[in-house]
Design a protein around this ligand. Structure first.
Ligand code: FDA
Length: 511
């Protein structure tokens, strides 16, 4: 609209006064479209990102660029979308229905590994894969407990927690952050000491996009043995496999913390006229050698039938590649790959947490739904808790899902077919499954993982201010009782609610 184009002109003029060397892309630049298109990670939003385009994309190469951008967008009434790795599962880092600009942190990606103090300063625009690669360049016995997918950004992932194969031994990525620097809603830069305890607490798990733009994180590295063991055992879904999946619930969270065994349940290919046969893949990482692992398995979970043939001894860094699906001896440099243009697969993710083993009846419902020919790709990922997660109090960071849970479930549906019909069919499938699971998973609140953002569980009020009560509907699900403290911090650091999106932490407003 004309109003937003005026806003944009004023905003650009403001930026040029503050700084002359900020990399800016507006629709008149030839690379604007290709830059924008690289945001199309999830074609589910293709209609939105064709119509709701940012007025400008800023790619800061210095922290002062971020400061100027915040100051100018605030004074000219433009919203900011912050983008690090761009994997937000609801597109919140690049779509907004208000006039907005994107701050893309891709040029701020330095990684400084300090093997004297076993710490790393990593900037938000780096990916998890780059972080792992740079650590391994310096040491084969140091590691970091973050996520599985190497192209995910450090910026978004650390903001919401960050779990992966080392979680049962060392907790989440956010649990291992010891310092950070951020640009706040007034364009000021703070490190952890200057930002104060409350804000430093909030940014380690309270979800991205609510408190400011985190420019970099200091993390402490963890120790891993030079040789670790990864195993994978695929079983097609017969009666025996069903029994093993059911039993897994009783043992996986009690295993020693050096061992993590997760299950991937997938729906199989939807071939017309052929009954789909779901599979259960058991994945594990053991921080030790195979012989010892097999011994442990023979006493704790013999029914799984894990043998040496299912396992491979390797380095931790190689194990991150294998976990990400690169099992053919690809070079470690694959970890440096940036997120590429969309592979044209739309997807939707939801999550649940389990307190009591779920019944065989519940599993029957899951099997039936995985066999459905309605959808292209369907997957449930069962990830065990216990270990270190039991020893971190639920208020230590905003991420409250700790000792009370046995495991987490993530549900994913993916589809290549384009169009609203296909979108609706697949979204209906995952929503129906989520609804079916209601009686079997945690409730009041029904816990969910903020890094698997799901706007179905509640959003802020589109027009006007969101009350604490309205926001608690989704907020308690992600953060439990920590939601209250997040709102208090927000009220203190960003009372005018400059950093906001559909599920940002709202400030308390005087009514
Ligand atoms: P993106 O740039 O889209 O940011 C996500 C959110 O954080 C947005 O709201 C954004 O505005 C905000 N944000 C980004 N940078 C910020 C900054 N510097 N300061 C403040 N706010 C910022 N999770 C996990 O824990 N373990 C895993 O193994 C995986 N695996 C995985 C695989 C795949 C294929 C997907 C799509 C997602 C995952 N995730 C995951 C979830 C992932 O951690 C989550 O989507 C992260 O928020 C993505 O971070 P990005 O920086 O890539 O996203």
């Amino acid at each position: 609209s004309t109003a937003s184009s005026y806003k944009n002109k004023d905003f650009l003029r403001c930026l040029s006064i503050h700084s002359t060397d900020i990399p800016i892309y507006t629709p008149i630049n030839s690379s604007y479209t290709s830059t924008l298109r690289s945001y199309a990670q999830n074609p589910r939003f293709s209609t939105q990102y064709k119509t709701l385009k940012p007025l400008a994309i800023i790619k800061p190469s210095h922290v002062s660029h971020i400061q100027s951008t915040v100051i100018c967008s605030k004074s000219h009434g433009l919203q900011i979308r912050i983008r690090s790795g761009g994997h937000d599962t609801e597109g919140l880092s690049y779509i907004s229905d208000l006039p907005f600009i994107v701050v893309d942190l891709i040029n701020l990606k330095s990684i400084e590994v300090d093997t004297t103090n076993n710490t790393v300063w990593v900037q938000s625009g780096a990916t998890i894969g780059e972080l792992y690669y740079r650590i391994a360049e310096k040491s084969r016995t140091l590691a970091f407990p973050a996520g599985v997918c190497p192209t995910v950004g450090v910026g978004g992932q650390f903001s919401g927690g960050g779990y992966g194969w080392l979680m049962r031994k060392y907790g989440l990525a956010a649990d291992n952050v010891i310092d950070a620097y951020l640009v706040d809603a007034n364009g000021m830069v703070f490190d952890s000491e200057a930002m104060g305890e409350g804000l430093f607490w909030a940014i380690r798990g309270g979800g991205g996009g609510s408190f400011g733009i985190v420019v970099g994180w200091k993390v402490k590295l963890v120790r891993v043995p030079p040789i670790v063991t990864t195993c994978r055992l695929d079983k097609s879904l017969d009666k025996n496999t069903k029994k093993i999946v059911y039993q897994w619930q009783y043992v996986a969270n009690k295993m020693e913390e050096n061992l993590l065994i997760g299950i991937n349940l997938t729906g199989g290919n939807p071939t017309k006229g052929v009954k789909r046969n779901p599979t259960a893949s058991f994945f594990s990482l053991y921080l030790g050698k195979t012989d010892k692992l097999i011994k442990i398995m023979n006493t704790t979970f013999p029914n799984l039938g894990l043998t040496k043939a299912n396992c491979k001894e390797t380095s931790w860094i190689q194990s991150t590649l294998i976990a990400a699906g690169f099992t053919n001896g690809q070079p470690l440099e694959i970890l440096l790959t940036k997120p590429t243009l969309s592979n044209n697969i739309s997807y939707k993710i939801k999550s649940d947490y389990v307190k009591q083993p779920i019944s065989e009846h519940a599993f029957k419902g899951i099997w039936d739904r995985l066999q459905s020919h309605e959808v292209e790709t369907s997957q449930l990922f069962l990830f065990p808790y216990g270990g270190k997660m039991n020893n971190i109090s639920s208020s230590k960071t905003p991420f409250s899902h700790r000792a009370e849970f046995l495991y987490k479930i993530s549900y994913t549906v993916g589809w290549a077919e384009q169009g609203t019909g296909a979108n609706e069919r697949h979204l209906n499938w995952i929503r129906e499954l989520y609804s079916f699971m209601t009686p079997f998973v945690s409730n009041s609140p029904r816990a969910a993982y903020v890094n698997y953002r799901d706007l179905d569980i509640g959003t802020n009020n589109k027009c006007g201010k969101t009350s604490y009560e309205e926001a608690s509907i989704w907020g308690m699900k992600y953060f439990g009782n920590n939601f209250k403290r997040l709102v208090q911090v927000k009220t203190m650091v960003d009372p005018s609610n400059f950093f906001r999106h559909q599920q940002s932490i709202p400030p308390l407003t005087l009514s």
